[in-house]
Write a protein that binds this ligand. Structure first.
Ligand code: F6R
Length: 613
């Protein structure tokens, strides 16, 4: 949510900042802006709309500015989408410029006090108070360095921030600070690039420093210094990024979402690579090695996640209960953080998050840490907050996911939950034979997913056929109930089509009233333990005149007799069918959105990495 970039180095800042904003645009794209030093001055430009709108404003002006600047792409929280509300924000005297990601909770109170002190506010944002607070502190303390003024200002602020600040009077310095909103800086050859995540940094260097909550970095041509808000000096060595540049570019694909759906088999391959011992029917999860004895005695697993990651967790709950015998509770981060959490001895918490930065998931993680239970993570972004704050975990290893909608991260998370089932199950009651079956089938999955992707033309045709409907009911049972929810979520978010995801059996308790010839259903009906029940539900839909599209197992000719249209997926173990059945649903949502002429990578009102509550 909101993307921040900062640059200090030997090159002109503007092109670097614009390229960085493009790379971060998936985090927010309401408006964008930048502020760059130009000799003694700072030039600030803003535009409503995408980064391209800002770029258009700068046509012929890319040569402006020197080698230091900050930039921002916004996902509005406080104040409408206007040029004035776009970042960077300034103080009254236009000396201080800052870009912020997060929410300042006590901004109203601060603003009132600053107003009394005659500070003039230009925008409606919460962010602007920080600029005025820094100005006030600087006015009251002659010659105070920017980093100290920022430190004192942040001491008065409640809320979350990733922040970069520059001051016209200190032309060779960027101050960056973090509290619950990620900030990283890369150390290049005589240059520094600061960003909300690694994507803009990869082009320059793989050496990065992750700021922790409550830390402030001062970056100058001479190097960097980190201190805490309490003024403790922190020594931190750079870490290495292992993401490659190619995975952050869309290559020959029309957009990132299509590329990432086509990478789903590869994502599963990468997530399970080196983690299966077929002979012993076991999962080898190095990231859990240090806590394996605690896991042997696990009493209950509490899964916490948001959005698609939550739905992946829901599939995992079925797997872990059925095959590992581990009781599972699963809850949205936004709910768990406000619940009275009752943990028992040997309970374990598991956060699932692609970005590792989702605010609600992290808040629940901190709550679990407070209760001193073992915390685990399934995370993609290396070095992200969730990966650092959990006691142990499993990385997804799928490279950056750029399109706002989760696709390859979802199948990867489910495959890791299958590995976890194997890992825990074999420590409990799972037999060698069952372990080998699951392990073998997991290894076959990527090839089966490749096979589904060969049906893209058919899925596109079906999506075009159904693209005129305004409502859909997605139904699934047991392992495929979360897939019904995921299919509905995806078509809502990228195609702006209303869809309800439902457990098939619940349909007759209400939603069936909606069904008529204008209300199609998509039923996930593989040949599994609940097949007959799902078929009955399909019959009920057809009896009410509702069009039905089914996702069924290859060779199931009976389904063709009932459903209007069928997409076939290969046969696999029941617990692994979600990894296959979700692929056509991702493609279906994608092609409906394309047919409706929408920007699939950047759906309206959304942003990747939801770092605010
Ligand atoms: C849906 C989607 C979101 C994310 C959710 C969690 O397509 O992308 O629902 O799944 O915001 O994000 P992470 O996994 O980064 O915690």
């Amino acid at each position: 949510m909101c993307g921040i970039v900062g640059y200090l180095g030997k090159n002109k800042a503007v092109p670097v900042l614009l390229a960085g904003l493009h790379a971060l645009e998936y985090r927010g794209y309401d408006s964008a802006g930048l502020a760059v030093f130009d000799k003694e001055n700072v030039i600030c430009e803003k535009a409503v709309g995408t980064v391209t709108a800002l770029e258009d404003k700068l046509v012929g002006k890319k040569e402006i500015g020197d080698g230091l600047g900050i930039a921002h792409t916004r996902w509005a929280t406080h104040g409408g989408v206007t040029e004035i509300n776009a970042h960077p924000h300034t103080d009254c005297s236009n000396n201080i410029y800052l870009a912020h990601n997060g929410i300042i909770e006590n901004y109203k109170e601060l603003r009132e006090k600053l107003n009394e002190g005659r500070h003039q506010f230009k925008s409606e944002t919460d962010t602007e108070v920080i600029a005025h607070l820094i100005e006030k502190i600087k006015n009251e303390n002659e010659n105070i360095p920017l980093e100290e003024a920022v430190r004192l200002a942040l001491g008065r602020v409640q809320g979350t921030y990733g922040l970069v600040v520059i001051d016209k009077r200190e032309p060779e310095k960027i101050v960056a600070a973090r509290n619950f909103s990620p900030l990283i800086f890369g150390l290049g050859q005589d240059e520094f690039i600061i960003a909300s995540d690694a994507t803009p940094i990869m082009k320059f260097t793989n050496k990065v420093i992750y700021l922790n909550d409550g830390e402030i970095a001062t970056i100058t041509p001479a190097g960097y210094r980190i201190q805490t808000i309490e003024k403790e000096v922190i020594k931190r060595k750079p870490e290495e990024l292992d993401w490659d540049l190619e995975s952050a570019e869309k290559g020959t694909f029309a957009n990132f979402m299509l590329k990432e759906i086509n990478e789903e088999p590869e994502a599963v391959r990468n997530s399970i690579r080196g983690r299966i011992n077929l002979e012993e029917g076991k999962a080898v999860l190095g990231g859990l090695a240090d806590v394996k004895e605690e896991l042997r005695n696990i009493n209950r697993l509490h899964i916490c996640a948001c959005g698609s990651a939550y739905l992946a967790g829901k599939v995992g709950a079925y797997m872990l209960e059925e095959y590992a015998g581990v009781p599972v509770e699963i809850e949205f981060g936004s709910e768990m953080r406000y619940r009275k959490l009752i943990f028992e001895k040997n309970d374990v918490f598991l956060a699932i998050s692609q970005s590792g930065e989702t605010a609600d998931t992290l808040a629940s993680l901190y709550e679990a840490k407070e209760k001193e239970i073992l915390t685990l993570g399934i995370v993609n972004a290396i070095g992200s907050t969730a990966s650092r704050e959990t006691d142990a975990g499993v990385y997804q290893h799928i490279g950056p996911e750029v399109a706002v909608a989760a696709t390859k991260s979802f199948v990867s998370q489910v495959s890791i939950l299958a590995l976890l089932t194997l890992f825990l199950g074999r420590k409990k009651n799972m037999s060698l034979v069952m372990g080998q079956r699951i392990a073998g089938e997991l290894q076959r999955l990527p090839a089966l997913m490749d096979k589904i992707l060969t049906q893209q033309d058919l899925i596109k045709e079906l999506a075009e056929k159904y693209s005129g409907y305004d409502n859909f009911l997605y139904l699934g049972r047991k392992y495929n109930y979360p897939i019904a929810l995921e299919g509905a979520l995806k078509i809502k978010e990228i195609a702006y089509v209303h869809a309800e995801g439902y457990a098939s059996g619940e349909m007759k308790h209400g939603p069936i009233a909606l069904v008529d010839k204008k209300f199609p259903s998509i039923v996930i009906v593989p040949r599994d333990s609940v097949y007959e029940k799902n078929v009955s539900n399909m019959e009920e839909l057809k009896a009410r005149g509702g069009p039905v599209m089914a996702v069924a197992t290859e060779g199931d000719k009976d389904i063709k007799q009932i459903a209007d249209d069928v997409i076939y997926i290969p046969k696999t173990l029941e617990m692994l069918t979600p990894i296959l059945s979700v692929v056509p649903l991702h493609l279906f949502a994608y092609y409906v959105a394309v047919k409706r002429g929408l920007n699939v990578d950047r759906p309206r009102n959304l942003a990747k990495s939801v770092t605010v509550e």
